[in-house]
Design a protein around this ligand. Structure first.
Ligand code: S3P
Length: 186
């Protein structure tokens, strides 16, 4: 059964970070959460905890389509969480480009923030991190996928350039650009 999207998320004290692999969604999300004193959730982590296996294992054992189904369920559950509690949610790189996910985010009235950087830099960051990412293969494939997804990311509420910027600087910029304060308005 699908978890319902709560209407009371409409007050928009939820910031959702989107963008390609290597965009810094998790590290910026943690910094932003620390700055605002809000909880942070990483959607891939929610899936891994629920499944008891890594994203890499899910791709390998169950395939990408099954991962996307889990991702959608996880996003629904995350948005249905405590309605009035402000929070930061980092999505996996493919989540926001799935129309069903974009639709429930819009329905929930959350602020989405696209962390943008040139694909060459993103590729380099992913290679340096050494995390296994099933869709991080060779540079050509990576850049082609980035270009195909970019128009979808650009539909986010706010676009923040991250190239050459420190994590804290990006977090500060998000606070300013989204007009967010550390305590929810009443
Ligand atoms: C994916 C990105 C990954 C993870 C999965 C699929 C993608 O998350 O969700 O491997 O489709 O771009 P990160 O963006 O955190 O690496």
């Amino acid at each position: 059964m699908q978890a319902p999207v709560r209407e009371d998320a409409l007050d928009s004290h939820i910031i959702v970070l989107v963008g390609f692999m290597g965009a810094g969604k998790t590290s910026v999300g943690r910094a932003l959460a620390g700055r605002l004193g809000w909880p942070f959730e990483d959607l891939d982590e929610r899936i891994e905890l629920r499944e008891g296996r890594s994203v890499g294992q899910i791709f390998q054992q169950s395939g990408e389509a099954e991962f996307r189904r889990m991702e959608h369920e996880a996003l629904r559950a995350s948005l249905a969480g405590p309605g009035n509690v402000p929070r930061i949610i980092a999505l996996g790189g493919g989540a926001f480009v799935q129309p069903a996910n974009a639709a429930i985010l819009e329905e929930a009235g959350v602020k989405t923030v696209f962390l943008q950087a040139p694909p060459e830099e993103l590729f380099r960051r992913c290679a340096e991190h050494g995390t296994t990412r099933p869709l991080h293969k060779d540079a050509g494939q990576f850049i082609t996928l980035y270009e195909a997804r970019r128009p979808y990311y650009l539909r986010a509420t706010v676009v923040v350039d991250t190239a050459g910027k420190a994590v804290d600087q990006v977090a500060q910029e998000i606070v300013e650009r989204t007009g967010t304060r550390s305590t929810p308005a009443t």
